[in-house]
Design a protein around this ligand. Structure first.
Ligand code: ADP
Ligand code: MG
Length: 269
């Protein structure tokens, strides 16, 4: 088990307490509807989806639930690494009916936490995640677990997270502060609105804990701004300004504008 699973290694730490708050908020976000299958996604890669999902899973187990994490990131699977599990077979073999459902989920070091790793990477992830077979598998697995958590690739880059909507009861959108841009996040929320998906909430990750926050370390991944014909200096200056304007540094205003306005079903539609 990797040391990024802090909730298991140090259950009394402030970080673990933050995950318990997340658990309470998610569970109470919609108490009339049981949301058994939750998926996590984000705009970009390396925002912390796998890390947060794994820790969230551990926290749910600590409240006495039986949890399954499925690695639906069939592009950059990481769940097996986090829990140090074998990935020679996994979800893809299950989808191809090469293995049985009961043989697919593996025990982790955390009591009551199980995982299905991705298995061999297929050529057509979106297609197979959208298949009827995937829905059958989830239905069957629901009989064995209290909650099923799906790890997915970034929705700002590929559609895999969205095609899972028919099997997902709620999405957790992860936003890595200091790296994700407002418009990219609003696009993701718009995508969910269009497909009538339920967003349980936005979780802020990599929240700054010191003044060093002004040194953003993740800019390069999002450097899609820039006109090659512009003089370099000017382009650099404008890029800096644009980044300063749009990088999300606080989650609260976004939740007010974004989630509340964008994910409520519109009766006129
Ligand atoms: N809150 C955090 N603080 C510090 N490092 C983090 C945090 N969340 C994630 N990371 C690190 O960032 C990297 C990417 O995280 P990962 O969960 O693999 O992202 P994703 O699944 O979105 O690609 C990993 O090395 C992970 O340990
Ligand atoms: Mg990941």
């Amino acid at each position: 088990m990797q040391d990024t699973i802090v909730t298991h290694l140090t259950p009394k730490s402030p970080i673990s307490e933050a995950f318990r708050n997340m658990r309470t908020n998610v569970l109470f976000s919609d108490i009339d509807n049981e949301r058994k299958v939750l998926a996590i996604t984000s705009c970009g890669g390396s925002e912390g989806k796998t890390t947060i999902l794994a820790n969230y899973g551990v926290t749910l187990c600590q409240s006495g639930k039986r949890i399954l994490i499925i690695d639906c990131d069939l592009r950059k699977p990481q769940v097996h690494r986090r829990f140090e599990l074998d990935n020679s077979t996994g979800l893809t073999n299950l989808l191809l009916k090469e293995i049985k459902t009961v043989d697919a989920f593996r025990k982790t070091e955390v009591p009551n936490l199980f995982a299905i790793s991705a298995g061999p990477i297929p050529p057509n992830p979106s297609e197979i995640l959208a298949s009827r077979r995937m829905a059958e598998i989830i239905e069957e697995l629901k009989l064995h677990f209290d909650y099923i958590l799906l790890d997915t690739p970034p929705l700002g880059m590929v559609t895999d997270a969205a095609v899972l909507n028919p099997v997902v009861d709620g999405y957790i959108v992860l936003a890595s502060l200091g790296s994700v841009h407002r418009d990219a996040l609003l696009n993701v929320l718009d995508t969910f609105k269009k497909i009538n998906a339920h967003v349980v909430g936005i979780v802020a990750n990599k929240v700054p804990i010191s003044k060093k926050f002004s040194k953003y370390g993740y800019y390069s991944a999002y450097a899609y701004y820039g006109d090659e014909n512009q003089p370099r200096q000017k382009a650099k200056k404008e890029k800096k300004k644009w980044r300063k304007d749009t990088v999300i540094k606080k989650i609260e205003p976004l939740i007010e504008q974004g989630v509340n306005e964008r994910t409520e079903p519109n009766p006129a539609e």
